[in-house]
Design a protein around this ligand. Structure first.
Ligand SMILES: [Zn+2]
Length: 86
């Protein structure tokens, strides 16, 4: 699998550390069940998913990647600081 770092270009997946899906945290004071689902339950979609990746053996940047999990196609990537993949 190849990942396109916005700063370094296309690189092998082994240069990166996978953090997981980009998730919105529940609001403060949300019910315990909502926090339980946020912390412990994950969807496993076959299709587009926005994820966090860290270019550990490259530029050291966190990036947001949109990846199709059914075929590993990279749909978009952006530095985490911008907050938007595109
Ligand atoms: Zn990089």
């Amino acid at each position: 699998m190849r990942i396109t770092c916005p700063l370094c270009g296309e690189r092998d997946r082994r240069e990166f550390y996978y953090r997981g899906a980009v998730l919105e945290a529940p609001e403060e004071g949300a019910p315990l069940e909502v926090w339980h689902a946020h912390v412990h339950l994950r969807l496993n979609p076959a299709g587009p998913l926005e994820e966090w990746w860290y270019h550990q053996h490259g530029c050291g940047s966190w990036i947001r990647v949109q990846r199709d999990t059914s075929n590993h196609e990279m749909l978009a990537a952006a530095p985490a600081a911008t907050g938007e993949a595109g």
